[in-house]
Design a protein around this ligand. Sequence first.
Ligand SMILES: [Zn+2]
Length: 62
Amino acid sequence: MSKVEKDDFLKFLEVANETIKEKGKIYKFRCPLCGNEAEGSKNTYNGHLFAKCKNCDMQIIE
Ligand SMILES: [Zn+2]
């Protein structure tokens, strides 16, 4: 992973973490990388975070 990609990833992760609080609920938020709509959720089971922007293909699975 290049430095730029890592910075982008961290930015995206930060916004996702700030947005997605409650487990089992789908949150929509503005992608910090492209400004389009992204969405994510936390697994009710294990609390793992999942977030994805369809526009720039950024994706987090924790
Ligand atoms: Zn995006």
